[in-house]
Design a protein around this ligand. Sequence first.
Ligand SMILES: Nc1ncnc2c1ncn2[C@@H]1O[C@H](COP(=O)(O)OP(=O)(O)OP(=O)(O)O)[C@@H](O)[C@H]1O
Length: 387
Amino acid sequence: MSVKKEKSAILDQQDKKLKEQLSKIKHKIMVMSGKGGVGKSTVAVNIAVGLSLQDFMVGLLDVDLHGPSIPKMLGARDLKLTRRPDGRLGAIKYSPNLKFLSIEPLLPAEDSAIIWRGPIKISAIRQFIGDIDWGELDYLVIDAPPGTGDEPLTVAKTIPDAYALIVTTPQEVSLIDVKKSIKFCQKVKMRILGLIENMSGFICPHCGKPLDLFKRGGGQKLAEEMGIRFLGKIPVDPRVVDTGDRGKPIVGAYPESLTAQAFEEVIRNIISATEEMHKEVLEEKYMRIAVPIATPQKFEANPEKFDLFALYDIENNKLLVKDVAKKPENQALVDFLQEQVATHILLHASNTSVADELTSQGIRVFITEEIEANPDNLIHTLLSQRG
Ligand SMILES: Nc1ncnc2c1ncn2[C@@H]1O[C@H](COP(=O)(O)OP(=O)(O)OP(=O)(O)O)[C@@H](O)[C@H]1O
């Protein structure tokens, strides 16, 4: 076998393992923020621990390859990866319901500064998900580094059905970054679960009562403006730092505190938002319909020429966004559609074998008799027939 063929066989095998693993995880949530220091890792850890305390099976993945902080926040720096009877490595077990993985246990020394180049980062993240056994999970919470660089992009590509959870603080500068994160999600076609405002108000260390020292509520206003869910506010609480440093997340350490209760409300909202988004896909309230096109104005009915697609995001029978994507020459149609997170495809009535194959892979098919049509008109007709 040539080196090129061997490499592509390895990648195919890795892809297969990745898909198998991802199919066992019900909801995937990437926690992201436009800038550093807004408490993204703190939020990711408390959400993961909080969900696991409610009996969900949870995985927590730290993909911040430059500054991993999850093992410290969990107080689990000594825990090691486990080896399964079949030889595969398993994620680190923190509690019966929570597993985690971070680059830190794999590093030789605590303060090892590693320089990762783009392609290495990408393959490390793919291995974290595909090569490590996570088992069946209700939630995988992924702590991505701040910004919109390689890591969030790799997660978006590797886990196309992950939802983005954006963390911000009430300050104007952070709110500007939220808009950048929203744009990033639209570009990579990642659905947004919602926004959390961290460090919102202050819990007095003496009386434990909330004080409005700083401006707050900007996140909620922005979420309304941008049409995304607002999942809740977490106050500034000195015990968050203390519990983070001691490796006992506040939701477990002080469950009665106002801050832990604020996290609990956020978690309740996350549970209902994820269920709602899952249901929207099942009930076809949310659809991403792929339409094969010859040119942006012309529908393509010949499956041999399926290489360009218009993608329409539909919510409650209304068109939200349209995009155009090109299928790489060697990529199978089903793989392309899954990567684009297409839920449906619109095909010409003559494309029966393609339709059967895609249906068997979970992509739903709409059929049209039209041939020389404008794809936008086909979508409008489809929506008016359904509405
Ligand atoms: N609600 C809060 N109240 C008080 N301190 C907080 C709160 N949230 C986070 N912090 C503290 O702020 C600091 C930064 O938090 P954290 O590491 O979670 O941020 P981050 O956004 O993940 O940062 P980076 O992306 O740079 O890793 C930590 O010391 C953490 O304990």
